[in-house]
Design a protein around this ligand. Structure first.
Ligand SMILES: *Cc1c(COP(=O)(O)O)cnc(C)c1O
Length: 375
């Protein structure tokens, strides 16, 4: 399994800290960021904090001269506490209250996103300070999460909205989009970039000079099935950016690609039972905790008993893996082939860095997994 610490190390850390435990590798954060940077030359990568807003991740990316993508005041607090230069940040939530804009400006971050007319008057009091990107919607039913369903102006309405913003005296620097999270089809970016070029041209005919393009997040990682290596994945995207936007400031907002491989969950079997001929194992983490991404992010994570990883699993049978809460929705794996597990056995799930602890709850007072940095 990829991105997995040594089993002996996992045992020692579980003994030291207890479970559930999320082991965070900041070296993995840095190497993911570097790989994406090499695959998208000339593109400023603004790490989207949403999937894993952890200060150690922010600090690891600061050491890479990284940039950041914020959506809320809480995320502003995280980067500010880490000492991030606000000039390296953008705020990309398309819907904001006056207080959100003010909070971000007080921090010193000046770039915001809009996608609708009702948002525009909110910027008027800060007209001389803010720079705007207009987010476009490119629907994408193939992505694991279609992030253009809720946000983004329809492409055909883009020019009118752009003219409206500029007509109000606002500074619009460019366009942004989010092609969809865990997007396996890289040509969705190529299509979107092509449309943005047309809109840049149409805007220029109206005297509006745009100089920034933000291609959003969405870059995929291999969970159970491998995905295309990131350099191959980005090759046509980088080519199209070079061809169509040679002298434009380029941004991207990767979240998942940077954070997903950086954490490994270690949980314990709390109890077991045979029900209707099937073994049920109850873990101390579940759907209301670190596995919440199974619901919200529509994601399936690799899963492995630690003893199997150490080479002594034994005969396997179809089993059910459930979380600790008293709710029957709290089932993590319905039909998974497992060796016989005992109470207290450790299990691991790698690739648990994105959209896991970030959306976990402590429902039923089962505490969230503790995050421990391992390098
Ligand atoms: C969630 C989000 C991201 C990160 O998306 P990934 O698919 O995790 O890369 C980037 N930008 C915006 C505006 C988002 O909402």
């Amino acid at each position: 399994m990829q991105h997995l610490p040594d089993p002996a190390r996992i045992r020692a850390l579980a003994a030291e800290h207890g479970t559930p435990l999320l082991l965070l590798s900041t070296q993995t954060v840095r190497s993911q960021y570097r790989q994406l940077r090499q695959s998208l030359p000339g593109v400023h990568l603004h790490y989207a904090l949403k999937p894993l807003p952890h200060p150690e991740v922010v600090k690891a990316l600061m050491a890479e001269d990284g940039y950041f993508d914020l959506a809320t005041n809480g995320e502003v607090d995280v980067v500010r506490a880490c000492g991030v230069d606000p000039a390296r940040c953008i705020q990309t939530h398309p819907i904001k209250r006056d207080g959100d804009i003010r909070y971000c400006l007080e921090y010193g971050c000046r770039t915001f996103v809009f996608d609708n007319p009702a948002e525009l008057p909110k910027f008027l009091p800060y007209k001389d300070q803010v720079e705007l990107l207009m987010r476009l919607s490119f629907r994408n039913k193939e992505a694991q999460c279609d992030l253009s369903m809720k946000f983004g102006v329809q492409p055909q309405d883009g020019l009118a909205l752009l003219k409206q913003a500029v007509g109000m005296g606002l500074t619009v620097r460019g366009l942004s989009f989010h092609a969809g999270s865990q997007l396996l089809n890289n040509f969705k970016y190529v299509e979107a970039i092509g449309f943005c070029r047309q809109l840049f041209n149409l805007a220029a005919l109206d005297g509006i000079r745009l100089d920034t393009l933000d291609i959003g997040g969405g870059f995929p990682v291999g969970y159970i099935e491998p995905v295309m290596p990131i350099n191959y994945y980005c090759h046509p995207i980088a080519g199209e950016l070079e061809r169509l936007f040679p002298s434009v400031r380029l941004l991207a907002e990767p979240g998942r690609f940077v954070s997903a491989p950086s954490m490994t969950l270690v949980a314990s079997v709390m109890g077991k039972s045979e029900r209707q001929g099937r073994m049920w194992y109850y873990l101390d983490d579940g759907l209301y905790g670190s596995y919440s991404g199974k619901l919200y992010d529509h994601c399936d994570y690799p899963f492995m008993p630690l003893k199997k990883l150490e080479g002594h699993g034994g005969a396997e049978r179809l089993s059910v893996v459930a979380g600790p809460t008293c709710d029957s929705i709290d089932v993590v794996y319905q039909d998974i082939s497992l060796p016989e597990l005992e109470c207290g056995d450790l299990v691991v799930s790698p690739m648990m860095g994105a959209y896991t602890s970030a959306s976990a709850t402590d429902f039923n007072f089962f505490p969230r997994a503790k995050i421990v940095t391992i390098d």
